[in-house]
Ligand binder design. Structure first.
Ligand code: N01
Length: 558
C-alpha cells in the first residue's frame, strides 16, 4: 500500500505535507472522491473553504432552498447500506435535509479526519522536476501531492453585481449563494430581491410570507414549472429501495441521470389537444420532466414555442393582474435554454398585496442608496436586499485558483477563449490534474450526483491503472482534447441552447468567453464514451513516468 503522507520539517523553512492526492472541496464530489481514494489505499487531504462539509448545500441556505431532483435520485448509490438506511422525508429534498445527509455520510465513512475546513486553496503549481503538484492555502499550508483533484463545484462562486452605491446601503444585503449560517429572520422587514433565476424563484414565495413588503427586481423572467412537492410516500420509498439496483442502472444510462418519462414524439406531430394533454399532465405531476414532454423541445424552435405558449397561458391563469402576468412571461429565450426553474407557489406569490414586481428592463436600477434602491422613476425603501444574481459558473472556482501546469502555463491562459478539456476530466498540459464534473462533461445538465459518482469512479479507476502499470503521470493529449471540444460544440449547436444568454454560455459574466460549457450529449452516451476510452487503455491520454524511482516503487505498492 502506498502512503506518501509525511511531514517535512526543515529548520528555518516552511513545512510541507506530502500526500498521494489533494482534493479541493468537500461537497458531494469531494466526499466521495476521498472515500474512493482511501479504499485504494491513498493518503489524501481534502481542503474545504467552508466551516463545514456540504459544498453547494453548505453555502446555499437561503429560505426555500431545495433541490429540484427527487430525493431518492439525488443521493449516493455507491453504498447499498447507505441508500437503504437513509430516510428522506419529502419528494424533493430541502437544503437542511441534504446538508444533514452529507454530514451523516462524512461521519458514517469516517471522512472528517482527512478534511481540513476553513482553508481555501489559492495556488496549485506543477513541479515538473518531481512531477508533483505543489499547493498553497490561505492559511499558509504548503502541500505536495501526486494527484490534484478539483471538486470545486460548478456553481460555487457567487456573483454580486456591480451596482453603484451598494457600499452606502444602511440596511443589510445577502447573496443566496453565501447565506449566513445562522439564518435571517425577515419578519416585518421591507425586502428587495434582485434576480429571478432558480434561487430567486425559490426564495421569493418564502420571503413574501415573512416580509412586510417584498419588491422583486426582475431583469429577465424565467420559465418555471411547479414542483408539486409533498411528503415522500412510504410506498414510493419502499418500491424504489426494493428496486434500487435496477433503478440506478437505468438512470446511469439515461439522458439526464434521472428517471424522467421521455416522449419520443415531436410536439408538431400530434394534435393540439394531444399536446395540451401532455403538457397539462406533466404540469400537474410537477418537476423538470416538463422539458421532455416532446422529443424536439430543445432542438426545434416551433416545437419549443408550443411549450412557451402553454407556460404563458398558465402564468395568465395563476397571476390575477394581467400586467404583472405579462411581465412574468419570458419572451426572449426558448423554454429550457436557460435552466428551467421548478417552484413552489412562485407565480401566485405575485397576487399577494405585500409583493411588487418591478421590471428593471423597462426601468433599470440606477443605484443603491443608503435607504434602499432607486430605479429610473421610483425609489424603494428597503431594510434588506437579497441578491439572487447567480454564479461565475463552471470555470469560476477553477480560475480563481492560480493553477499552473507544464512550462508554467496558467489555466487562465489556457482557457482564455473558453474551457478546453478532454471529457471534462482533464486538460492537456496539466498532468495528474482532474476536474470532477468539469466543463465538457454533462454536469449541470444532469442529476449532479449521478455525474459526480461516474467521474469519481472513473478517476479512481484511472489512478489505480496508473499504479498497476507503474506510470506516474497521465495527461490528455492535445489532439483528443481538440476533438472533444469540437464534439461538445457540435452537439450544443444542434440544439437551441446556444441561442439564449445563459450562464451555460458564460453570458452572465461580463467579458467571459461565450462558449457552451456543459456536454449535452446525454449522461448514458457520455458514460459509454468514458468507459470505452478506459477500455482502450485510456485512448486519448498519454502516460509518462517522471517521478523519482522511490515514488514509483511506492506507487506500485511493491
Ligand atoms: O442564478 P441565475 P441562480 N441586475 O444565474 C439576475 C442552480 N440552482 O442562483 O437573466 C439585475 O440562474 C439574472 O437576470 P438576467 C441551477 O442550475 C438550482 O438563480 O441576467 N439582475 C437572473 O434573473 C441554476 O440555474 C436550484 O437578465 C441581475 C438572476 O439574477 C443555477 O443554480 C436552486 C443582475 C440570476 O439567475 C443558478 O441559479 C437554485 C443585475 N446586475 C439554483 N445580474 C435547484 O435545484 C444577474 N441578474 C432548484
Amino acid at each position: 500500500m502506498s502512503d506518501l503522507k509525511r511531514q517535512l520539517e526543515q529548520p528555518g523553512a516552511e513545512s510541507a505535507s506530502y500526500f498521494d492526492a489533494v482534493i479541493v472541496g468537500a461537497g458531494f464530489a469531494g466526499l466521495y472522491m476521498l472515500h474512493r481514494l482511501r479504499e485504494l489505499g491513498l493518503a489524501v487531504r481534502v481542503y474545504e473553504a467552508g466551516s463545514g462539509v456540504g459544498g453547494t448545500w453548505f453555502w446555499n441556505r437561503y429560505p426555500g432552498a431545495r433541490c429540484d431532483v427527487e430525493s431518492l435520485d439525488y443521493s449516493y448509490s455507491f453504498s447499498e447500506q447507505l441508500q437503504q438506511e437513509w430516510k428522506w422525508t419529502e419528494r424533493y429534498p430541502s437544503q437542511p435535509e441534504i446538508l444533514r445527509y452529507l454530514n451523516h455520510v462524512a461521519d458514517r465513512f469516517d471522512l472528517r479526519r482527512d478534511i481540513q475546513l476553513e482553508t481555501r486553496v489559492t495556488e496549485a503549481v506543477l513541479n515538473e522536476a518531481t512531477g508533483r503538484w505543489e499547493l498553497r492555502t490561505d492559511t499558509g499550508d504548503r502541500v505536495s501531492a501526486k494527484f490534484c483533484i478539483m471538486a470545486t463545484g460548478c456553481l460555487s462562486v457567487a456573483k454580486v453585481p456591480d451596482i453603484k452605491g451598494l457600499e452606502s446601503f444602511q440596511g443589510t444585503w445577502y447573496h443566496t449563494g453565501r447565506w449566513p449560517q445562522e439564518g435571517v429572520d425577515f419578519t416585518g422587514q421591507r425586502v428587495g430581491v434582485i434576480g429571478t433565476g432558480s434561487s430567486g424563484i425559490q426564495c421569493i414565495p418564502v420571503l413574501a410570507e415573512q416580509a412586510s413588503r417584498l419588491v422583486v427586481f426582475q431583469r429577465t423572467p424565467s420559465f418555471s414549472v411547479p414542483a408539486c412537492n409533498a411528503p415522500l410516500s412510504p410506498e414510493v420509498e419502499q418500491y424504489k429501495k426494493a428496486n434500487y439496483v435496477e433503478y440506478r442502472r437505468k438512470v446511469r444510462e439515461s439522458s439526464f441521470g434521472a428517471d424522467y418519462p421521455c416522449n419520443d414524439k415531436s410536439a408538431l406531430q400530434v394534435t393540439r389537444e394531444q399536446r395540451q394533454l401532455e403538457y397539462e399532465t406533466r404540469w400537474r405531476n410537477g418537476g423538470p420532466s416538463f422539458l421532455l414532454a416532446f422529443a424536439d423541445l430543445i432542438t426545434n424552435k416551433d416545437a419549443n414555442e408550443t411549450a412557451v405558449q402553454f407556460v404563458h397561458s398558465k402564468i395568465r391563469e395563476l397571476v390575477h393582474d394581467p400586467a404583472v402576468a405579462e411581465a412574468l412571461m419570458p419572451t426572449d429565450h426558448a423554454l429550457g435554454t436557460k435552466r428551467l426553474c421548478v417552484d413552489n407557489n412562485y407565480y401566485a406569490t405575485f397576487n399577494r398585496k405585500n409583493v411588487t414586481l418591478v421590471d428593471i428592463k423597462k426601468t433599470p436600477i440606477e443605484e443603491i442608496t443608503p435607504k434602499g434602491l432607486r430605479t429610473q422613476g421610483a425609489e424603494y425603501e428597503l431594510d434588506s436586499i437579497v441578491f439572487a444574481t447567480g454564479f461565475d459558473a463552471m470555470t469560476g472556482a477553477l480560475l480563481n485558483i492560480d493553477i499552473r501546469g507544464k512550462a508554467g502555463q496558467t489555466l487562465k491562459e489556457k482557457w482564455g477563449e473558453g474551457p478546453r478539456t478532454y471529457l471534462g476530466l482533464m486538460t492537456a498540459g496539466f498532468p495528474n490534474f482532474f476536474t470532477i464534473t468539469g466543463p465538457g462533461s454533462p454536469s449541470v445538465l444532469s442529476n449532479m450526483i449521478v455525474s459526480i459518482e461516474q467521474h469519481v469512479e472513473w478517476i479512481g479507476d484511472c489512478i489505480n491503472y496508473l499504479r498497476g502499470h507503474a506510470f506516474d503521470q497521465i495527461e490528455a493529449t492535445v489532439e483528443a482534447e481538440e476533438a472533444w471540444v469540437a464534439h461538445v460544440n457540435l452537439v450544443a449547436n444542434y440544439t437551441l441552447f446556444p441561442t439564449a444568454n445563459s450562464w451555460f454560455l458564460g453570458a452572465n459574466i461580463p467579458g467571459k468567453p461565450r462558449v457552451f460549457m456543459p456536454y449535452i450529449g446525454g449522461v448514458g452516451a457520455y458514460r459509454k464514451k468514458c468507459e470505452d476510452v478506459a477500455a482502450k487503455n485510456y485512448e486519448g491520454f498519454a502516460f509518462s513516468s517522471s517521478s523519482t524511482p522511490t515514488e514509483r516503487v511506492a506507487a506500485t505498492g511493491t
